[in-house]
Design a protein around this ligand. Structure first.
Ligand code: AMP
Ligand code: GLY
Length: 423
């Protein structure tokens, strides 16, 4: 089949890599891809979605997979479907679950899905009154719209929470994305990333993962897009999975149908587990990055089949198979990440002579550009070293062994990925 993958990160690379290893041969095109995806398939760069849909028709694309949220929120799925193309992802309307935190929180409330107590408002006075009525700090303030992962402030005092509200509502902090805010109670627990692949009616739940959002070891420093992930996490059990299915996934799919926006695509459920109860922090409408980079290789079911069935309402016929292994992904980032950009740096990967390491690890490339035959680190998150094993420690050791084989000026990574599982 001819498959088109939208996006340019490690997430899209990992989807392409998994598909390229399937038994059946596929032709993969990335739009726009990165400096390494052209080894898996080819790269094109068409920015206009209508033009891209025509290209897809002319090139017999049988399945399109959308990696990032922005094209989904912008309606790429609707445009492709109007052209009769098969595309896996939510409509623009359903993508509001990620595009607007106000929309998401109101859906959670309407369908009785457990989430932090909150107020959503465009009024400073209302937000301030709610903050004054709160009995505990920290207080969480969120900009309504997409802010590239930066729109959440954990305020340690009521004054700080009010400053955050004021900065958002004035447009100073996040422009239009802050025209409305969500103020909510702080949840103290541990975080999980749970992914449900949905076709509007049916769903398949993948093994729960944990991301590491802060830049520094021990979860210190500013938030990033994610510095590493592992799965399956032992911090989840059948009871939590069942609660997430019964209290979260099923009512969300039913609710979205009632809203006239059936949910097709990846429902990324950001969960905080508090006293064994899963409480929803947020929804995203796509795979997490770096979570995707470990989940794709852990699938025994062909990735293209999972997404194709997701896109054609056939998930009820899929018997999902997951490898009995653990995966750990360590992000190698540029020196100035997440504060600013860094000078391009040549990436050198040593030959790996250890056969066991070679077989149980790989690199997922993200912020890289090609200059002739040279691969350059040009993005914040440059690449991920991914290791696999029969237990988390072994998978992690392999991921870090691979990190040792990768060189570029200024490289940095966390040294404690999966620490919550290994405590
Ligand atoms: P979000 O974009 O809503 O996932 O928020 C980004 C991060 O902020 C989450 O991954 C959590 O670590 C943290 N966060 C968000 N909401 C809350 C909350 N109500 N309580 C505690 N931490 C939160
Ligand atoms: N790993 C978090 C995200 O993709 O939003």
């Amino acid at each position: 089949m001819n498959i088109l993958i939208l996006g340019s990160g490690g997430r899209e690379y990992s989807i392409g890599l998994a598909i390229s290893k399937e038994y059946e041969e596929h032709n993969i095109t990335f739009c726009p891809g990165n400096g390494a995806t052209d080894k898996i398939g080819s790269n094109i760069n068409i920015k206009d979605y209508k033009e891209l849909a025509s290209w897809a028709k002319n090139n017999n694309i049988g399945l399109t997979i959308v990696g990032p949220e922005q094209p989904l929120v912008d309606g790429v799925v609707d445009i492709f479907k109007q052209e009769g193309l098969t595309i896996f992802g939510p409509s623009a309307k359903a993508a509001q679950l990620e595009g607007s935190k106000v929309y998401m929180k109101n859906i959670l409330k309407k369908y009785n899905i457990p989430t932090a107590a909150f107020i959503e408002t465009a009024s400073k006075e209302e937000a301030y009154n709610f903050i004054d009525s709160m009995s505990k700090t920290p207080i969480v303030v969120k900009a309504d719209g997409l802010c590239a992962g930066k729109g959440v402030i954990i305020a340690l005092s009521k004054e700080e929470a009010k400053e955050a509200v004021s900065g958002m509502l004035s447009g100073e902090s996040f422009g239009d994305a802050g025209a409305k805010v969500v103020v909510e109670e702080y949840l103290d627990g541990y975080e999980l990333s749970i992914f449900a692949v949905c076709d509007g009616d049916n769903y398949v739940v993948l093994p729960a993962a944990q991301d590491h959002k802060r830049v520094g070891d021990g979860d210190t420093g500013p938030n990033t897009g994610g510095m590493g992930a592992y799965a399956p996490t032992p911090l989840v059990n059948d009871d939590i999975y069942k609660k997430v299915e019964d209290r979260v996934i099923k009512p969300t799919l039913e609710g979205m149908k009632k809203e006239g926006a059936p949910f097709e695509g990846v429902l990324f459920i950001g969960v905080m587990v508090v006293d064994n109860e899963p409480i929803i922090l947020e929804y995203n409408v796509r795979f997490g990055d770096p979570e995707c980079e470990i989940l794709m290789p852990l699938l025994e079911t062909p990735v293209s089949e999972l997404f194709y069935k997701g896109a054609t309402k056939q998930l009820d016929t899929l018997d999902i198979k997951i490898k009995k292994q653990f995966g750990v992904a360590v992000v190698m980032a540029s020196g100035n990440y997440p504060y600013g950009s860094s000078a391009p740096a040549e990436i050198i990967v040593d030959d790996i002579h250890d056969e066991v390491l070679k077989e149980n690890s790989h690199i997922s490339y993200a912020g890289v550009t090609k200059d002739g035959d040279t691969l350059l680190a040009t993005g914040g998150r440059v690449l991920l070293c991914v290791g696999f094993g029969d237990d988390i420690q072994t998978a992690r050791d392999r991921a870090y062994a691979l990190c040792g084989q990768v060189h570029f000026a200024g490289k940095k990574c966390r040294t404690d990925i999966a620490y919550q599982a290994l405590k």
